[in-house]
Design a binder for this molecule. Structure first.
Ligand SMILES: [Zn+2]
Ligand SMILES: [Zn+2]
Ligand SMILES: [Zn+2]
Length: 300
């Protein structure tokens, strides 16, 4: 056998022996409620000093070949650029949870006045799709083919890229312009649940406790710590208070509580800050708090 032939055989054997490395990760690109912080009109301490790397709630999903966003927030530019840098891939698609300002208005950056993208896939539920199709300026993104809508169905898994499956789960929320979904992201080995907005766990037709058993990570609505946190009737903007969620899950083993990561923090929520006493108590019970750059590996 010639030298070059044996070298080729060596390379071939090496390729067979080397396991294929698939990376599948989810990264937190923002952890704040829709209005962000500093929030317009807030004179309180919570917004007096802008914190580094605090953006409106969004996730990035990426593997060896592609990158996807969950929600297009008002902080879209920073978040999309960060995701593309770490994924080393342009964003192929965006999944939208609902039509509240923190979750879709970043689409504006895909239009003619800005990036002028070409047919970026935007995955939507039917009412969300109708809202974008029938209202300016979003209809122009569709007319000029900056984006193309891909319809999702509730509870129906969609294979988006090399074994990353995404399933929308309808959740009760103030659905003025669209329905609201959370997403179940299933990678090759691990599953992650993402529900940034829901009215209350008790009015959902699914059980958070049961879902927790099925998933490895759950990033869930932590908008408010408790009642009375803001100076207006909180029943008008219902969310499960973190202390309600902690009491709902109180009987679970620490191992199950460890799966829970709170996110979507209102500017007034003290647990936004790592130094918060309430946060330290909840962390001692096993809960986590999501922040920019937190990563979840769906592969190992
Ligand atoms: Zn929100
Ligand atoms: Zn504030
Ligand atoms: Zn909302």
């Amino acid at each position: 056998m010639s030298h070059s032939k044996s070298f080729l055989t060596y390379l071939f054997c090496l390729a067979l022996l080397t396991p294929v490395s698939w990376s599948q990760k989810v990264i937190v690109l923002g952890n704040l409620q829709d209005g962000g912080s500093p929030q317009y009109g807030c004179q309180l301490n919570c917004c007096s000093v802008p914190q580094p790397n605090e953006y409106i709630s969004s996730l990035g999903i990426y593997n060896d070949t592609s990158a996807y966003l969950i929600d297009a927030t008002p902080d879209y530019v920073i978040q999309a650029q960060h995701l593309e840098r770490i994924a080393r891939s342009p964003i192929k698609g965006i999944f939208l949870t609902h039509a509240h300002m923190g979750h879709y208005t970043g689409l504006i950056h895909l239009g003619r006045e800005a990036a002028n993208t070409r047919k970026t896939d935007v995955f939507v539920m039917p009412r969300m799709g109708e809202f974008l199709t029938n209202n300016g300026p979003w209809d122009q993104l569709i007319a000029l083919e900056n984006i193309q809508l891909i319809l999702l169905s509730p509870n129906k898994q969609m294979l988006v890229d090399q074994s990353i499956n995404i399933t929308p789960l309808l959740v009760p929320h103030r659905d003025e312009y669209s329905e609201t979904v959370g997403f179940l992201i299933s990678g090759r080995r691990r599953k992650l649940l993402y529900i940034p907005d829901i009215d209350k766990w008790s009015v959902w037709n699914q059980s958070l406790e049961l879902l927790l058993k099925e998933v490895d990570f759950a990033l869930i609505d932590g908008t408010f710590l408790k009642d009375g946190e803001i100076n207006r009737p909180m029943s008008e903007i219902p969310h499960p208070f973190i202390i309600e969620t902690a009491s709902l899950l109180a009987s679970l083993k620490t191992e199950e509580k460890n799966k829970v990561w709170f996110t979507h923090f209102n500017h007034t929520n003290p647990t936004r800050f790592a130094s918060s006493k309430d946060r330290k108590e909840l962390e001692a019970q096993g809960y986590h708090f999501a922040s920019f750059g937190t990563e979840f590996n769906l592969e190992d």
